[in-house]
Design a protein around this ligand. Structure first.
Ligand SMILES: Nc1ncnc2c1ncn2[C@@H]1O[C@H](COP(=O)(O)OP(=O)(O)OP(=O)(O)O)[C@@H](O)[C@H]1O
Ligand SMILES: Cc1ncc(CO)c(N)n1
Length: 275
């Protein structure tokens, strides 16, 4: 069985972070493992509080996994502090996983900082150069490049700049711009638009976590980077299409549609989509 490891924060509400990552891994048929970097008290509306996990426990989780179990791909999400960024970079250099999908999580939908401002430099210097692919949304790409991104031309310029920081490739997500949610893949040889159709819903909690984890799962299964991204985009689109109206804020993406479909359990569309 192929395996994937998420290194990220816990979302008590179950829609983003580690919880979204593990659901995505399962729905995409890979065995999921986790290294928890921070615990957030969070729901569909807000992040109430955050506790960073002690560095020695983060390190122990990494060693426990890598010393015993093969890891086909790593997804990195919320890292919270400069020290955690440095620790993860050090250990990625040590264990050299085949694929690292880096989602440079910075701020929650409600505006809470999931990466401290002073940790951004460390993320750029230490982790971006180790990534097989970096998957920023528009605001994250603006922070990484120091440029305002207002349209497709700006997205092309920003993605080049991010590859210039040492990433092998970038998937710049266009969901935060007006119009269709088209994402841009760039790897210094190829510039490719991964086109989407906007689904009218407020239930988009954890969509970035889900997409990066789906890409990691697909890489773990041996797909090329481009195929992993195309299939990942299909996965997140379905997960948003059937997203769940749970809670009063941004409800979560739906992993069960794809999971049940893969298991050959049909006829559950109305059950899951109408909640
Ligand atoms: N309403 C929508 N309909 C269809 N696709 C969408 C929609 N919103 C976002 N997407 C797509 O979902 C994927 C995730 O992008 P998004 O920009 O939402 O990530 P994000 O901001 O990092 O998410 P989060 O931080 O909430 O986890 C991208 O492929 C994006 O184009
Ligand atoms: C733990 C966690 N990671 C990532 C995000 C970004 O969606 C979030 N809201 N919470």
């Amino acid at each position: 069985m192929n395996t994937a490891l998420t290194i990220a924060g816990s979302d008590s509400g179950g829609g983003a972070g580690i919880q979204a990552d593990l659901k995505t891994f399962a729905a995409n048929g890979v065995f999921g493992m986790s290294v928890i970097t921070a615990v957030t008290a969070q729901n569909t509306m807000e992040v109430r509080s955050v506790q960073d996990i002690h560095l020695s426990i983060i390190k122990d989780q990494i060693d426990a996994v890598f010393e015993d179990i093969p890891v086909d791909a790593v997804k990195i999400g919320m890292l919270s502090s400069t020290a955690t960024v440095a620790l993860i970079a050090e250990n990625m250099k040590k264990y050299k996983p085949f694929h690292i999908v880096l989602d440079p999580v910075m701020v929650s939908k409600g505006g809470s900082h999931l990466l401290q401002k002073e940790a951004i430099e460390a993320l750029i210097e230490k982790l971006i150069p180790l990534a097989s692919i970096v998957t920023p949304n528009i605001p994250e790409a603006e922070v990484l490049t120091g440029q305002v991104i207002e349209g497709e031309e700006d997205m092309i310029a920003a993605s080049k700049q991010i590859v210039g920081l040492g990433a092998k490739a970038v998937l710049l997500k266009g969901g935060h711009l007006q119009g269709e949610p088209n994402d841009l893949f760039y790897d210094s040889e190829t510039t490719l638009w991964i086109k989407g159709k906007r689904i009218e819903t407020k239930n988009t909690h954890g969509t970035g976590c889900t997409l990066s984890s789906a890409i990691a799962a697909n890489l773990a299964k041996g797909m090329s980077l481009e195929e992993a991204i195309h299939r990942g985009k299909q996965y997140i689109t379905t997960a948003i299409q059937y997203s769940l109206s749970l809670g009063s804020g941004h409800g979560p993406a739906n992993h069960f549609y794809e999971l049940y479909k893969n298991a050959g359990y049909l006829g559950m569309e109305s059950e899951v989509s109408n909640r």
